[in-house]
Design a protein around this ligand. Structure first.
Ligand code: TEU
Ligand code: CA
Length: 596
């Protein structure tokens, strides 16, 4: 209907500021760099730009450790640059949302500096402090519970000055705010939300939106793996009892600012009734969420790396996509479609095929998949040109992310402390750890964006000393300039599909997703809205025959038109047109048929 809020039909483009575009030659992206590329995004067909944290930060977790919500990280620019970026989006009819990271701050935030200064400081209770426990046998000092941090190790750090532990669900440089304290919440709303709404941002991507309310008393997590010291504890810190009360307060903050957009990141929550509580329109909590079903495909249970590459089968991916698509089936909720973000490896390498002969075809096929799914569509920088994972040859030193490097260090320490491991075994296990990182680490998403062939930094920066190494394929093959105007490229296919998605909005953005042939290991096929559209995707490097499903309303009395081939990802449109009902797909080809 014409009464849809603007964010439902939007294509959102996610920018990681450090790696997007460097304009002052320091080897790191900046806000002026983002502004300089707004025409590119506009012409691609983007409606909303989402900027990852650009706030002042000591960068232990690349900006997700904020030391001042009301200031810009100096290397990125200043508040004037940010205003120019906001205004630049609006001048082009685009909108802009920013990251809202409020489960924790940086340990360098003035609030935490005060909080840790003494046990009777007025801000002591703004963070989560607890006295030590002691081992009854040895007297050894122990953290208040057995929770494992998302970045490894205990979720508690001992603070010598005041003799207590503080909680951090992520790095020790990211202390958790105490949401139980009303004064803290009010400060968060003013500093992190109103400050930016007043400057014109159109909404927020809300980090770890289910973690603010913890189980009262912070009890031990159930011991799922007795072999490790610190236990996975999301059952104790996700979806806690006051979570929805806090979100209602945040909505009251947003209310005076018109139609804003909120998209909440919802890790570790798979129970559909819990997800619905966040996104049902009647609940008035969030406009939409990022579920993790799709991006977690092939992850291990205890650690995402505890797996071998491609440890999944096509039905696993279908099931994951189906569950996020069905979130809107018969409900008043809204959903999202995405396969990449700054925390994920590249989708061509994970779900397609990054071998040179299939890279482009599978990038186009995945674009067809993404642009025909219902919900608000999210594209991560570089996805539109089919960027792939970092080369397998890159050594450990090229990996910069706290999560991946901590993981490697933990494997190393475990091997060092086990006397039984031979040097050869140790080498083999470390090589396996590095291979797992090459396949799944967040670093894959964080290499510089590739613009052109003007220099070895692929036009990202004039400075050869970029903060992360430029991908080997960027200056030559995988960059924007090399693909612009080339109808056979991944980039031009995305542009075309973003147009098609707008033209066929009713079925592609709002239609009901119905999966066909779940067990098929090579073909992924589905219809949208009572068979108005049929999509078939070849997830293999071989030709694959397929059949068109029965026509909609295929009774003798009905006069429905036959399926017509609307899009093929195959770059040879002539063959597709001449042979529009040929029922063999090329390797990694995808097709969209429309019936009326
Ligand atoms: O991520 C939340 C989260 O749960 C992470 O553990 C995520 O699953 C992980 O990165 C996957 O490897 C958000 C941000 O997106 C992430 O960049 C931050 O590091 C994290 O919060 C802490 O703010
Ligand atoms: Ca710069």
């Amino acid at each position: 209907s014409s009464q849809q809020p603007w964010w439902k039909n939007a294509a959102v483009y996610q920018v990681y500021p450090a790696s997007f575009m460097d304009t002052n030659g320091d080897g790191m992206g900046d806000l002026a760099g983002i502004t300089s590329k707004l025409d590119y995004l506009d012409e691609l067909g983007i409606d909303v730009v989402w900027i990852c944290p650009m706030y002042d930060s000591p960068q232990y977790d690349l900006g997700y450790d904020i030391s001042n919500y009301e200031a810009i990280y100096k290397p990125y620019g200043d508040l004037k640059d940010m205003q120019r970026l906001i205004d630049g989006c609006h001048a082009r009819g685009m909108r802009i949302i920013v990251d809202l990271v409020i489960n924790h701050t940086s340990h360098m935030h003035a609030w935490f500096q005060e909080s840790r200064s003494s046990t009777d400081n007025p801000k002591r209770d703004w963070y989560i402090w607890k006295p030590a426990r002691h081992d009854p046998a040895t007297g050894k000092r122990l953290p208040p519970n057995n929770w494992r941090s998302n970045f490894g190790g205990s979720a508690w750090t001992w603070d010598e000055a005041t003799g207590e532990y503080y909680l951090h669900l992520f790095a020790s440089q990211q202390p958790d705010l105490n949401w139980e304290n009303e004064e803290t919440r009010r400060a968060i709303y003013d500093s992190a939300m109103r400050f930016w709404l007043d400057r014109g941002v159109d909404g927020f991507r809300i980090d770890t939106v289910n973690m603010y309310s913890k189980t009262p008393g912070l009890p031990d997590a159930p011991v799922a793996n007795p072999a490790v010291e610190w236990q996975r504890a999301d059952s104790q810190y996700c979806n806690g009892p006051r979570m929805h009360e806090f979100l209602a307060e945040m909505n009251a903050v947003l209310a005076p600012y018109g139609t804003t957009m909120t998209v909440g990141e919802l890790p570790h929550t798979t129970d559909l009734s819990k997800v619905l509580k966040y996104v049902s329109a009647a609940e008035k909590q969030l406009d939409m969420v990022f579920q993790f079903d799709v991006v977690d495909v092939g992850f291990g249970v205890d650690s995402k790396y505890a797996t071998v590459p491609h440890n999944w089968q096509l039905p696993d991916l279908k099931r994951a996509i189906q569950s996020t698509q069905h979130l809107i089936k018969g409900t008043d909720a809204w959903t999202t479609a995405f396969m990449e973000n700054h925390d994920q490896a590249r989708s061509v390498s994970r779900f397609g095929c990054d071998a040179p002969e299939h890279r482009v075809a599978s990038g186009r096929m995945l674009a067809l998949l993404n642009t025909t799914l219902s919900g608000t569509l999210f594209i991560y920088q570089g996805q539109e040109i089919g960027m792939v994972n970092v080369p397998k040859e890159w050594p450990l030193a090229e990996y910069k992310d706290i999560e991946s490097t901590n993981y490697y260090r933990e494997v190393e320490q475990r091997l060092d402390s086990s006397a039984a491991t031979t040097p050869a075994e140790k080498q083999a296990q470390l090589a396996a750890a590095l291979a797992a990182m090459q396949h799944l680490s967040r670093d894959n998403a964080r290499v510089p964006m590739a613009w052109d062939s003007s220099n070895p930094q692929a036009g990202f920066s004039a400075n050869p000393d970029t903060w992360m190494r430029t991908h080997d394929l960027s200056p030559t093959e995988i960059n924007v300039a090399a693909q612009l105007g080339d109808d056979a490229s991944v980039l031009e296919f995305w542009r075309r599909m973003l147009k098609v998605r707008k033209q066929l909005q009713a079925v592609l953005v709002h239609g009901d997703f119905e999966l066909l042939d779940m067990p098929n290991q090579t073909l992924f096929s589905y219809t949208k809205t009572a068979k108005d559209a049929f999509v078939v995707l070849n997830f293999s490097s071989d030709n694959q025959p397929f059949s068109l499903p029965e026509l909609p309303h295929a009774s003798p009395s009905s006069n429905s038109k036959p399926w017509s081939l609307t899009v093929s990802t195959s770059p040879v449109p002539a063959s597709a047109a001449a042979n529009q009902h040929a029922t063999v797909l090329e390797p990694w080809e995808g097709r969209l048929y429309i019936s009326s």
